[in-house]
Write a protein that binds this ligand. Structure first.
Ligand code: ATP
Length: 350
């Protein structure tokens, strides 16, 4: 068992808090993604779990054991970092087996584990090569293999794919996901790439300013973001937001007014944000009047930017939708897909 328990962890560098009272429970075998913009504290949180950063307050438990004050080598974890260093003077085989040799494991065991790790990451044909004779993606897989063969129950990864080009990244993403399916290590994976987070995580913890804003399964976060920030950060394009008020089942704002059925009871008297995903705005017979600004054909679909009143919204439409700038549209929106938020706090209404 290697569940990870982060309890009320705080960490301050000088005067600026990097982690503010952060708690997170990660189940045994779970793939947890830490997602958020640059500087939100993802790496710091990962490093406190690794033992590379001393916490100012709170506790970290691995598999029930309190490791808060243990050195990294005593925590039984494997790590892959953004600047994955493979040793240039060692072959792939020697690189993958490096950690095992440091731990003075028997030669037979090292050979067997390195063979398995190489197989898992498609590196068997390259075992005798040196890093200079590998592509960037293969080198990166060597770093992952080296961490994986360590057999540690906890795997920590900090943006391990960030040095790869887009195509390699796509491939490596799928590889890592498959790998996790086969070897169910409890994994914490740091990224600022929301697509990576959506595609890989069992759950995502979205962070902002040293705080975890929301933790849930990727689609739950996508469909029901807890705040306007999360709705804007997850999804491409970001969730659309219209500002206005509801009265008698009609939502009205700057230059628009349309029926929305029943708004939540707690909406009374507040300025609201109506959140709607691009794919839930349907061109055709609807009550939302809009004027096309631009249409972008993207292969599988078209992305149309249109003005609702004075607010620009993104609409995902079938690729054969032909509209031109200036065209008047009527957009439909199923009220079941509306995410209501309080304009003042940015928080979703219950
Ligand atoms: P990125 O995606 O850019 O790596 P991040 O979310 O991983 O960002 P952290 O590296 O955890 O962010 O940094 C969180 C905050 O703590 C930032 O404001 C950063 O400047 C600060 N910080 C991190 N490490 C140190 C340090 N060693 N000394 C001083 N400040 C630090």
């Amino acid at each position: 068992m290697a569940a990870i328990s982060i309890e009320r962890v705080t960490k301050t560098f000088g005067r600026s808090p990097a982690l503010r009272d952060v708690s997170l429970e990660i189940a045994d075998g779970e793939f947890m993604v830490l997602l958020g913009p640059s500087g939100c504290g993802k790496t710091t949180l990962l490093r406190t779990v690794a033992g590379l950063e001393r916490v100012d307050g709170g506790r970290v438990r691995l598999g029930g054991r309190d490791v808060t004050h243990l050195a990294p080598r005593d925590r039984d974890i494997a790590m892959v970092f953004q600047s994955y260093a493979v040793f240039p003077h060692m072959t792939v085989e020697q690189n993958i087996g490096f950690g095992l040799r440091m731990k003075k494991r028997p030669k037979d065991e090292i050979r067997k584990r390195v063979g398995e790790g190489a197989e898992l990451l498609g590196l068997t044909p390259y075992l005798t090569r040196y890093p200079a004779q590998l592509s960037g993606g293969q080198r990166q897989r060597v770093a992952v293999a080296r961490a994986v063969v360590m057999d540690a129950p906890v795997l920590l990864m900090d943006e391990p794919l960030s040095n790869l080009d887009a195509l390699l990244r796509l491939q490596a993403r799928a590889d890592l996901k498959r790998l996790h399916g086969e070897v169910k290590r409890t994994t914490i994976y740091v990224t600022h790439d929301q697509v990576e987070a959506m595609s890989m995580g069992d759950r995502i913890a979205v962070m902002r300013d040293g705080v975890i804003v929301q933790v849930d399964a990727p689609m739950a976060i996508y469909d029901a973001p807890a705040t306007q920030f999360v709705g804007s950060f997850i999804g491409s394009p970001p969730m659309n937001f219209l500002e206005g008020t509801v009265s008698g089942g009609t939502f009205s704002g700057d230059g628009f007014s349309f029926p929305v059925g029943r708004a939540p009871a707690s909406a009374d008297g507040r300025t609201l944000l109506l959140g709607a995903r691009a794919e839930h705005l349907v061109i055709g017979e609807g009550d939302i009047r809009a004027r096309v600004l631009v249409s972008e054909p993207l292969g599988s679909h078209a992305l149309i930017t249109a003005l609702v009143g004075r607010t620009a919204v993104k609409v995902q439409a079938p690729i054969d939708t032909h509209v031109a700038p200036g065209d008047e549209l009527r957009l439909g929106l199923d009220p079941a897909h509306i995410r209501w938020m309080d304009q003042a706090t940015g928080e979703a209404l219950p």
